[in-house]
Each structure stands twice: as C-alpha cells, then as structure tokens.
Write a protein that binds this ligand. Structure first.
Ligand SMILES: Cc1cc2nc3c(=O)[nH]c(=O)nc-3n(C[C@H](O)[C@H](O)[C@H](O)COP(=O)(O)OP(=O)(O)OC[C@H]3O[C@@H](n4cnc5c(N)ncnc54)[C@H](O)[C@@H]3O)c2cc1C
Length: 400
C-alpha cells in the first residue's frame, strides 16, 4: 500500500481541527478522520482564555469566534455566605495579550468556523464516518485501520498521526499508553437556563465562582443564557440527578426565583484528573483530551489542548519542510506533559479544593486570601497571569 504524503489527525473536535488548520496554513497536507457523520454540536467547553485567542488569531478564526461569543472582562469569586470577595479585571494584563478578556463561546462554534475558513484550502481534508481504531508504526510512516459505517475496515498509511480523538482515545490505547490519575467521586451537573442571575445578585460578573463548604457552584453567562454548575453526590442515581425537579431545586437554592425559570439543557458528567504516560510514541502524538483531562473549574481543558495543538503542529510543520531537525519533536512531550502536570492539573485541583473548603474556618481563610490577593496590585496581576494560562505558556517556552 502506498504511503500518503500527509499528516493524519484522528478526531475533528476543537483540538483536531486547530491542529489541522495550523498544518494546512503552514503548507502541510493533512487529513482529519472523524468517527461521527458531522462536527459535534455537544454543549461542552465555552471558555477561551486570552492567549488561546491570540493563537486562534494567527489562524484567522478569532474574530468570527468573538463575534459569536460574549466577552467577559473580569472574573469574580464569591462566598455563598459573604457575597463578592474578589474580582479580577483582565484589563490589568492588557500588556501581555491582544485579547484581555475571557471569551464565552461554545466549542462547537470554533470547529464550524475552522471548517468554513479552511474547506477551500487544498491541504485541508476532512473525512466523516471514519473511526480510527488501530495504529501500527511502519518505516517512515503510520498505518491506521479505519472503520467504515458498514462495519468494514480499511487501511490508510500516512507520515505522522495526531491522536485528538478525545478522552477515550482509541489511538492512545492502540499505542499502549496509560492514562494515569483518578476520578472524583461526585459528578458535575450543568444546568442551562435563561434566568438572569444578575436579577438576584446585581454585582455578579459573567464568570463567577461561588465557594461554600456545603455546596459550591459556578455561574457562567454565554450568549442567550446562563449556565450553573453544581456538584452531585456520588450516591444519587443518574435519573434523579437529571430530573427537572432536582435541577429546579438546585437553581432555587442558588437564587430565589431561579427555579421558576425554564431549564434549557442538562448535562451530568464524571470528572477526572488524568494524564497520558507520554504524549508521543514514535510517529504518533496525543493532544487534547486524548492526552489529558481535568475538572472544568478554571476552563483549562480545551484551552490546554489548543496549546498542545499549536506546540505540536508548529514543530511538525518545521520538520515537514526540513526547516527543523526531527529531534524538535521530542520537545513536544517534555514541554506539554510537564506543563499539564505543573499547571493545568495543579490549578484545577486547587480551584476545586478552594470552592469546596471542607470547614467554615477553611472557607473564611480562603475568602480572606482572595480579598488580600485582589487588594494587592502585584499579587492580583500574578493571579491573572496564572488563571489566564499565560504563566503556563511561559513555562512551556522555557521547557521548549
Ligand atoms: C460540561 C463541560 C464543560 C467544559 N468546559 C470547559 C471550558 O469552559 N474550558 C475548557 O478549556 N474546557 C472545558 N471542557 C473540556 C473540553 O470540552 C474538552 O477539553 C475538549 O472538548 C477537548 O477537545 P478534543 O478535541 O481533545 O476532544 P473532543 O472534543 O472529545 O473531540 C474528539 C473528537 O474525536 C472524535 N472521535 C472519537 N473517537 C474517534 C476515533 N476513534 N476516530 C476518529 N474520530 C474519533 C469524536 O467524535 C470527536 O469529534 C469542558 C468539558 C465538559 C464536559
């Protein structure tokens, strides 16, 4: 079988699409295999951090994403008992980014915008109903087995493969890499509602984390609605957790009156902290959820995955055009895996622990710390650089 002179990508989620777009833009022929018949319209990530928008700008897709989203200029931290304790304004780090805000825009908008912008690029190819289910390394290439809608399997051979096929990655399993870490006992429930929580809390920011030793929650405004996220006890059966009655009770406990509002959408999901044992095996790379997953507090999963995609494809494009030595590819695992462990995993675990502080004394201590951080210009700036992931990218550049 002839080797196609292309890079293969498994998965047309946000990470696979960003990787493919950057390769195509840099003159590298790329084929994306997507298992589903269309791009996903699932309601998942909706936060884009400032440096991620800076990267997407280079692909020419940030402006459309911004038009379809909502700019959140600040992030707020509250206590259920004491109200607002701290607020941080991204304008304070405007010298570090061209996009000094969090953008709230669903991830399915990004994949569609990329498809629209790149479908006429002759290097960019996407094939739907093609599930990559086995991978074999060959001399100078990678052979993949691709399952067809009729159940038959065909073989395709390309030069390199990027596994961006999500948390259950068939690519990761096929090359025998472990997914090390743990699963939190509670699940998270996301309730989408048209209720405007600012009617209950007039000083609320569009992105607000509310700490409470009994039940923390997270409020996020996206175009046309709000999302409330709450933890759900591990013992509660799924059908109860996903019932309208349960969601209504949660909304009412967040803000009196909210329970009377419509429920537009419910998502219940398990939350994990896991990182692949390596992000590379020979000519196969992992990126995005295939390589790492974390809790959504801080909105770092998809953002970190997009940072992976840029780091990897900038290197691959250089090697493809013989501008860089192949050993730059070794740096991908070193850089992105360490940054994932040191920053994304650490920060998201810390975010969860802070919101749920087990005792009233711990909760008060956390609120006091947040107040002090917000009141001190240097500490506040450092905090913003950390939560916007700029510090993680600086560390990545150091590790190179
Ligand atoms: C409720 C929720 C809220 C979240 N909020 C945020 C947030 O605000 N900010 C943030 O940064 N992150 C957030 N995340 C995480 C974010 O959604 C993921 O990190 C992101 O979707 C990862 O993108 P991906 O492309 O790696 O994987 P996915 O989005 O899972 O895409 C994988 C793609 O691969 C396809 N596929 C699967 N198997 C195969 C195969 N064998 N062959 C070919 N194709 C295959 C799938 O059909 C899919 O299209 C959230 C997650 C959830 C569940």
């Amino acid at each position: 079988m002839s080797v196609e002179d292309r890079v293969f990508v498994a998965g047309a989620g946000p990470i696979g699409m960003v990787a493919a777009a950057n390769l195509a833009m840099r003159g590298v022929p790329v084929t994306v295999f997507e298992a589903s018949p269309t791009l996903s319209s699932e309601s998942r990530a909706s936060t884009f951090h400032p440096p991620t928008l800076d990267m997407l700008d280079k692909l020419g897709v940030a402006d459309d994403l911004i038009k379809e989203g909502l700019k959140a200029p600040s992030v707020q931290y509250r206590s259920k008992s004491f109200g607002a304790v701290a607020q941080f304004d991204f304008g304070d780090i405007a010298d570090m980014t061209g996009h000094p805000y969090r953008l709230q825009s669903e991830q399915f908008k990004l994949t569609r915008i990329i498809q629209r912008h790149y479908q006429s690029n002759s290097n960019f190819q996407i094939e739907f109903n093609q599930a990559v289910n086995r991978v074999e390394q060959i001399d100078g290439g990678v052979r993949v087995q691709v399952e067809q809608p009729n159940g038959a399997t065909i073989e395709r051979t390309g030069r390199w493969l990027i596994g961006a096929d999500g948390a259950r990655s068939a690519v990761r399993k096929s090359v025998g890499l472990e997914f090390e870490g743990f699963t939190w006992p509670e699940r998270f429930l996301v309730i989408s509602t048209p209720f405007d929580f600012r009617s209950a809390y007039p000083d609320l920011a569009s992105v607000t984390y509310v700490a409470d030793p009994r039940q923390w929650f997270f409020l996020l405004r996206i175009p046309g609605m709000w999302r409330a996220m709450v933890p759900v006890d591990s013992e509660l059966p799924d059908d109860v957790a996903l019932s309208e009655a349960f969601a209504t009770r949660q909304l009412e406990s967040i803000a009196p009156g909210a329970g009377q509002s419509a429920i537009l959408h419910l998502t219940l999901y398990r939350v994990h902290q896991r990182v692949a044992s390596s992000f590379r095996r020979d000519r196969v790379f992992l990126a995005g959820d295939a390589a790492h997953i974390n809790n959504p507090l801080g909105g770092m999963g998809m953002n970190g995955g997009i940072h992976d995609a840029f780091s990897l494809t900038n290197r691959l494009a250089g090697v493809w055009h013989s501008e860089l030595d192949e050993n730059v590819l070794d740096g991908y695992d070193r850089e992105r895996r360490l940054v994932t462990l040191e920053h994304v995993q650490k920060q998201t675990i810390e975010n969860k622990r802070n919101l749920e502080a087990a005792t009233d004394a711990e909760h008060r201590r956390y609120c006091e710390e947040m107040r002090e951080t917000a009141a001190d210009a240097a500490k506040s700036r450092e905090f913003l650089l950390r939560i916007s992931m700029i510090r993680s990218l600086e560390r990545a550049a150091e590790l190179g």
